[in-house]
Design a protein around this ligand. Structure first.
Ligand SMILES: *Cc1c(COP(=O)(O)O)cnc(C)c1O
Length: 460
């Protein structure tokens, strides 16, 4: 187990957790149709549904919010936001948006034509959806190791440079944009090396293509580079991040991740003509270019968050706390995707519950057991989410930033042990009602048999 690195902050305001009983959770889950997306958050003890917009802000961020300038145009909060983003990324045009997908939509609407191709290590869901919405194709070119959960590789998020060069040589006419997602969210939050980003940028530019970074977890990626890339050892994570951004022509960003904010995002780029087109669409659908759909205080919180997220003490604690949870699970014999990524740990539900066939949703069985046993909300990433196309049945434990202590995560591991000890008695689910698309958000279910009697957990 990695040694404990204590949280590098004190707690200034506390939010009590409503400690539900097993019986209360049984009722709440039944009422939610056995779909944890339909639970009220007050019925959840530890919420690991997502790391997006769920983190804790610092005293300095709250203070900056009070000082937020709500002027429609030229707000002081925008100027600070712009300066911080400019210092970090080096891009000429900084365009605020209400969240990451708005930055994607504005970029793709202006850049892509139907039939165009975008290349990426693995496109995140909203990125792919926004590319397909304008009639273009999103193609994933992650290295082979990035698709095998049990293989250990320091940079499983790397893009396959050979495939990238070959695709650009053979189908270059159709390719409008090359992207790299850091960290690779859809591949388990796995990092991309600085060497790989530099090589991908060089290949894209040699073929005359724009190269952008989907930068949602840029700071976590910089930390992995600091830890794992021999030539970068000991280098300041901010300086690594600055170099990552400077290798590219622009980026899209969700401030709900490494912005350490609850909402927000931006599009940043160098090309003057493209930036002007993007600003025009921004005015039409998001807002004036100095607020882009955000309040002045949101811009203030993001500017401060971007300064805090690259601090070495924060990143060391952050990545360590996720690694410790992963190690606790492994020590308890619970199979996970190796190595753990920066923002989440993925349990291999199919391996833990071999008696449940994929069409009876082993991931859902584990998600619901974790909720019933410990009030922990997680998400299924498998047959329920992707249908028959799913290659694995995983359960994602996404860790919000600065929200939970090591003790909370120890409790999560203890709950997982309890679920694992009952694994043989867990049964699958059948769908009662499901919408035609994105069924995992709103479908309702019925257990094929009652979950076994709960053991008492010591910490609730
Ligand atoms: C979250 C995310 C997005 C979209 O950002 P939102 O703020 O949720 O719209 C895009 N790409 C990646 C890799 C993400 O993790």
């Amino acid at each position: 187990m990695p040694p404990l690195i204590m949280e590098p902050f004190r707690i200034k305001a506390v939010e009590p957790i409503h400690l539900t009983t097993y019986e209360e959770r049984e009722q709440a889950l039944k009422a939610a149709g056995y779909n944890v997306f339909l639970l009220n958050s007050d019925d959840v003890i530890i919420d690991l549904l997502t790391d997006s917009g769920t983190g804790a802000m610092s005293a300095r961020q709250w203070a900056a919010m009070i000082e937020g300038d709500e002027a429609y145009a030229g707000s002081r909060s925008f100027l600070r936001f712009r300066d911080v983003v400019e210092d970090l990324t080096g891009y000429r045009h900084i365009i605020p948006t209400h969240q990451g997908r708005a930055a994607e939509r504005i970029l793709f609407t202006n850049l892509l034509q139907p039939g165009d191709v975008v290349l990426n290590n693995i496109h995140f869901d909203t990125t792919r959806a926004n590319i397909e919405y304008v009639g273009a194709e999103a193609r994933d070119l992650v290295i082979a190791e990035g698709r095998v959960p049990s293989i250990r590789h320091p940079f499983k998020g790397n893009i396959d440079l050979y495939q990238l060069d070959r695709t650009l040589t053979e189908e270059g006419e159709r390719v409008a944009l090359v992207m790299v997602t850091v960290t690779n969210n859809s591949g388990g939050g796995q990092p991309v090396s600085l060497e790989n980003i530099a090589a991908a940028a060089e290949i894209a530019h040699r073929h005359g293509k724009l190269f952008f970074i989907d930068a949602c977890r840029f700071a976590e990626n910089a930390w992995f580079i600091h830890e794992r890339e021999t030539s970068q050892r000991g280098r300041d994570p901010k300086s690594i991040a600055q170099e990552m951004f400077r290798l590219a022509d622009g980026c899209t960003f969700s401030a709900k991740k490494d912005g350490l904010a609850n909402i927000g995002g931006f599009l940043a780029l160098n090309d003057d003509k493209l930036a002007e087109k993007c600003r025009n669409l921004l005015i039409l659908t998001e807002g004036f270019p100095t607020y882009g759909g955000l309040a002045g205080y949101d811009l203030a919180a993001i500017a401060q968050g971007l300064e805090e997220v690259v601090q070495e003490s924060y990143l060391r604690y952050r990545i360590n706390s996720v690694a410790r949870l992963a190690e606790r699970l492994t020590e308890g014999g619970i199979p996970i995707v190796e190595p753990p990524g920066g923002h989440a740990v993925y349990i291999d539900a199919a391996a833990l519950l071999p008696q449940i066939p994929s069409n009876e949703f082993p991931g859902l069985a584990l998600v619901n057991a974790l909720y019933l046993l410990g009030g922990i909300r997680t998400s299924e990433i498998g047959t329920l989410m992707f249908g028959d196309a799913a290659k694995m049945d995983l359960v994602r434990l996404a860790i919000p930033r600065r929200l939970y202590t090591d003790a909370h995560l120890a409790y999560v591991a203890e709950t997982a042990y309890a679920a694992a000890s009952l694994a043989h008695s867990l049964t699958g689910y059948r769908i009662v009602k499901a919408p035609p698309v994105l069924r995992h958000f709103s479908a309702t279910f019925e257990p094929l048999q009652r979950v076994g009697q709960a053991p008492r957990l010591s910490r609730v």
